[in-house]
Ligand binder design. Sequence first.
Ligand code: HEM
Length: 397
Amino acid sequence: MDASVLLALRDPAGVPFYPIIFQVLYVLTWALHAAFVLLSLGSMGLSLYGSTKGQRDNHWKMLTPHLIQTGKISISILIVLGVAPLLFTQVIYDPNWYVANTLSGMWVFIFIYTLIVGYSMYYWYYYANKGQKSGSTLIGLLAFCILVFAGILMHNFAVTSIMPEQWMQMYAPNGVVDDSGWTFNLEVIRFAFMVSLSIPVVGIFLQNYSKFLSTRVDFDEAYIKYTASLGTKMAVVGLLISAVAFALWMLQIGYLFHPLSLMIVIGVVVLLVMSQMNKNSYITTGVLVVVALLISGMRELIRFDIMSKLGYSIYDYPVNLEIPTIAMFLLTFVVFGFIGVGYLLTMAWKVGKNEGIFDGSKDAIVTKLGNYTLAILVAWMAIYFVWGIAILFNNIL
Ligand code: HEM
């Protein structure tokens, strides 16, 4: 393919800051998106097993609703966190993202409805399970399949976007234009690897769950031990499955001995040992975050290499520095993001550790963080609207 086609598809306005920053942010935010995709699919999948046990098993009677709740919250987080890599990818890889969205236009529409139907059915599953209704497992299974399908569609967009050399063939197979928007590409091993990661992720989550609850006297010892050992088994078996799938994927695309690939393999081995020993699952989670970042980096490396070979380097993207925009974005991300998320996490942690009802207004740190978050939110809205309106009037008057 001629690089001039790709270059012509770039935004003529250029990018507002150095491309490498968008690339780093893409890798970071996609890893966050993936973390919650994996946690939601993993906890949901395991809850389906739990719901087949009904009320007969005391451990699962408690664990299943907790897993369903985890999945339910994770889906909302994964949707919010999916927006960030979407924004970054369309800034530096806009030719890829928009061509993929055009070729697979029908699937893009279907994706939105898939998500709406899948998530609504998840709520149905949640309430059916809560009310001990028969058939709740079936509803859950349907919701699960629909959400996995949403992942397959996402995978199609990602894969189609990195096949520029085949775009023309997809757009006009044998010279006849096909503008139906039904283009669909699947790389089974790549997708299988990504989804398989939900098994170790939910395993390590269960180890954390057990460690977190171990300080509470209202959860009995047997339950704590059961969830920890289930977590260990899932983490170990899941990591082995993912390791095989990863090696096959790397072999298929010729990256098996690339230093980044080898670092991921080492990371997986470290994770295996750590989750098998289960000494401190919080530290294991830290290593998991590093491995997730490496995997996200690997996805980016594959795309970067494909595009560079065709003469498209994001580092050559014309930069049209816009300091106020980037300052607003980074300040929002760092100040508002960290304090707001810190506030929510601190509260969630304290609610979970507390027996009985937790009153946040009586807790000094929670109150302080809550007040800061509120003040920053008000200031943010004032700056955002005043600034936006001022620029708008400045431009049109
Ligand atoms: C249940 C819903 C979802 C699932 C299961 C899911 C799953 C996935 C998976 C498996 C990938 C990796 C595909 C690959 O590299 O082969 C991915 C990538 C991605 N997802 Fe999601 N996703 C979901 C919803 C969303 C939503 C709602 C958004 C945006 C608002 C989003 C944004 C993205 C982006 C931007 C990428 C990277 C695309 C690229 O690199 O070209 N996802 N998702």
